[in-house]
Design a protein around this ligand. Structure first.
Ligand code: SF4
Length: 419
C-alpha cells in the first residue's frame, strides 16, 4: 500500500446514491471531433440526442460538422423496420458525401440500447465493407448511469484494441488535449530528453500510436478508467501522477514521467524553469481576487478533485466540498495526497441533499453542470459551468493563468452586476 493510498483510506468520503444532475457521454463528441481531425461521430439515437449535440455544439460550429445523428424512429422502436439496414444505408450515404473521413465512430445512445441494436456487430460489418480506407469503431455515449466525460473514456477505450503492437520503449500521453497544449508538452518532453512521445487520441486516424510492454502512459485526464485498463491489458504501465492542472500539477506530472524514464531532477528543472515562472506569474494575477473565497464543487466533469487541489494550493481558495461522480482511488491517489484535509469529499450524488448543503454554506463560487447553474444564479449564487473546463485549453504551464481566470471571471461579473 502506498502512503497516498493509506491517506485516502483514512480520509472520510461522503458516498451518495440518489438523483443525479449530469449530461450524458454524447457530450464528449463536441471536443473529440475537434481533436481527431478526420473522424466522424455518428450517433445512433433519438431526436433528443440530436438536440443535445446540436445545442451543446451550436455556438462552436464554423465548418461542416463531423458529427450527426442517425435517428431511430417509431418504426425502428416498434421493430417494424430493420434498423441495421437503415444504419448501413445512412453510413453509405455519409461516406460517399464525406470522402475525407478515415475513422467513423458509431456512437450508441439510450434508444439504441433500448432496442438492443448491436453496434459492435454493425461496426465490424461496416468496417469490412469500407475498410481499410475507413476504420469503423463503436462505443456507447448513453446517459444511463454515466457522466458526460465518460464518453471520452469509452471513445478512447474503443481505439485501444486496434492500436498497433510494439515492445519498444516510449511514452504515451492519454486524454484529449487541445492541439496547442499537446504541442507545448511535446516541446517540454523533448527538452527533458523523453521520447518518443505519442498521444491518444491522435490528430489523424492513421497516426494511432502503437502500444505494448515497453509503453508507459501518463493520463492527462482523470476520467479514463476504462482506457487505462484496456492499455494495461495490452501490456502498458501507467505512471502514477497528479494531473497537469496548474503549475504544481504540471510540474509533478512532468517529473513523474521523467522519473519513469530515468531522467534527473536537474534536467526537468532546466527544461521547465522558464515555463514554470511564466505560469506562476500568470496565476498570481488572480490570487489576490480569489484568495480566501469559498468554493463548492458539484459532481459533474470528474475534474473536481484536481481542480480543488489547484484552487486550494495555488489560489489559496477554501474548498468547502469537492463532489465527484466517481472517485477512482488509484488514479487520484497523488491528487488526494495533496488536497488539504479541510476539503470535504463526496462521491456520487443525491442532488437535493447536496443543494441543501450548498445553500447552507453560501459559497462564493459554485462549479456545477448547466442544469443547476441557472437556478442557483437565480438564488443569487455565483456559478461556473464545469463543462467549460473541457472546452477550454486548461492544462500545462501556459494555460495555468487561463484556468485561474475561468474561476475569477464569474466573481468579477457578479461584482459588476452588484455595483
Ligand atoms: S441521455 Fe440518452 S436519450 Fe438523452 S441525449 Fe443522452 S443518449 Fe440521448
Amino acid at each position: 500500500m502506498t502512503s497516498s493510498t493509506a491517506l485516502l483510506e483514512e480520509r472520510p468520503v461522503l458516498r451518495e446514491r440518489g438523483q443525479r444532475e449530469v449530461f450524458c457521454g454524447l457530450t464528449g463528441i463536441i471536443w473529440l471531433h475537434r481533436k481527431i481531425h478526420d473522424a466522424f461521430f455518428l450517433v445512433v439515437g433519438s431526436r433528443t440526442c440530436a438536440h443535445l449535440i446540436q445545442s451543446a455544439a451550436g455556438v462552436m460550429i464554423f465548418a461542416e460538422p463531423r458529427f450527426a445523428t442517425a435517428i431511430i424512429d417509431e418504426r425502428d422502436l416498434a421493430g417494424l423496420a430493420d434498423a441495421n439496414d437503415e444504419l448501413d444505408a445512412v453510413v453509405t450515404q455519409l461516406l460517399q458525401r464525406r470522402p475525407d473521413v478515415r475513422l467513423l465512430f458509431l456512437v450508441g445512445s439510450c434508444p439504441s440500447e433500448v432496442i438492443k441494436l448491436d453496434l459492435s456487430r454493425a461496426a465490424a460489418r461496416l468496417g469490412r465493407r469500407f475498410g481499410p480506407e475507413v476504420r469503423v469503431l463503436n462505443y456507447s455515449g448513453s446517459g444511463i448511469e454515466t457522466t458526460f466525460t465518460q464518453g471520452e473514456d469509452a471513445c478512447l477505450a474503443s481505439m485501444v484494441p486496434v492500436m498497433p503492437a510494439t515492445d519498444a520503449s516510449g511514452l504515451l500521453v492519454v486524454g484529449a488535449l487541445a492541439d496547442v497544449v499537446e504541442d507545448q508538452f511535446t516541446r517540454l518532453f523533448a527538452a527533458m530528453g523523453i521520447g518518443p512521445v505519442r498521444f491518444l487520441p491522435p490528430r489523424q486516424a492513421r497516426d494511432l500510436p502503437a502500444v505494448g510492454s515497453g509503453t508507459r502512459f501518463l493520463l492527462a485526464q482523470p476520467f479514463l478508467a476504462d482506457t487505462a485498463r484496456a492499455l494495461e491489458e495490452r501490456g502498458a504501465a501507467r505512471i502514477p501522477a497528479p494531473f497537469p492542472l496548474g503549475v504544481e500539477g504540471t510540474t509533478l506530472w512532468l517529473q513523474a514521467a521523467a522519473r519513469a524514464f530515468g531522467i534527473g531532477v536537474s534536467h526537468v528543472r532546466a527544461a521547465t524553469d522558464m515555463a514554470q515562472e511564466r505560469g506562476r506569474r500568470a496565476v498570481a494575477r488572480y490570487r489576490a481576487e480569489l484568495a480566501g473565497k469559498r468554493m463548492f464543487f458539484f459532481p459533474d466533469s470528474q475534474l473536481e478533485i484536481p481542480l480543488a487541489r489547484f484552487v486550494s494550493r495555488e489560489l489559496s481558495m477554501n474548498v468547502i466540498e469537492a463532489g465527484t461522480p466517481y472517485l477512482h482511488r488509484q488514479h487520484l491517489a497523488e491528487e488526494l495526497a495533496l488536497l488539504p484535509a479541510s476539503v470535504a469529499l463526496s462521491e456520487g450524488q443525491d442532488v437535493e441533499r447536496q443543494l441543501d448543503r450548498c445553500r447552507a454554506a453560501r459559497p462564493d463560487l459554485i462549479v456545477c453542470g448547466l442544469g443547476l447553474a441557472n437556478p442557483l444564479e437565480a438564488e443569487g449564487l455565483t456559478t461556473k459551468w464545469s463543462i467549460e473546463l473541457l472546452f477550454t485549453p486548461v492544462q500545462g504551464y501556459d494555460q495555468a493563468g487561463d484556468l485561474a481566470e475561468l474561476f475569477a471571471r464569474p466573481l468579477v461579473r457578479r461584482m459588476r452586476l452588484a455595483v
